[in-house]
Design a protein around this ligand. Structure first.
Ligand code: AMP
Ligand code: ZN
Length: 112
């Protein structure tokens, strides 16, 4: 399967690693939209939030539980935003589920 984030997880494409464990991988976004912009992805290929099944829900719960630890490591104690884009209208450009972690400044009150 030709997937950019699978290639990053496998180390075939370089990335700036922030965190890794057996279930997930986090790295800095190549085109940051905020002073801190990190992506966290499941190691297993899941196309988007639309593809979540009971079997992989545990992995997603693990990712959500890991995000605050990563935020702490990235000095986001004043707050941050977590976003996952889904599909065409959500402007999802990479079809491997990922959560954006954005912070390092007061973010826009507008989300859309
Ligand atoms: P989305 O538009 O929600 O699918 O987000 C995809 C994100 O992946 C964008 O914020 C891109 O800047 C980011 N991105 C694309 N290629 C790379 C890469 N090679 N390394 C790190 N981030 C990337
Ligand atoms: Zn993938």
């Amino acid at each position: 399967m030709d997937c950019l984030f699978c290639a990053i997880i496998n180390g075939d494409i370089p990335s700036k690693k922030v965190y890794e464990d057996d279930k997930c991988y986090a790295f800095l976004d190549i085109n940051p939209q905020a002073p801190v912009h990190c992506l966290i992805v499941p190691k297993v290929h899941i196309a988007s939030l639309d593809e979540i099944c009971p079997k992989c829900a545990e992995t997603i719960a693990h990712i959500l539980a890991t995000i605050p630890k990563i935020a702490k490591d990235l000095s986001l104690g004043d707050g941050y935003r977590v976003v996952t884009n889904v599909g065409e209208n959500g402007c999802q450009s990479v079809k491997h589920l990922h959560f954006h972690i954005l912070g390092g400044k007061k973010l826009s009150e507008s989300m859309a």
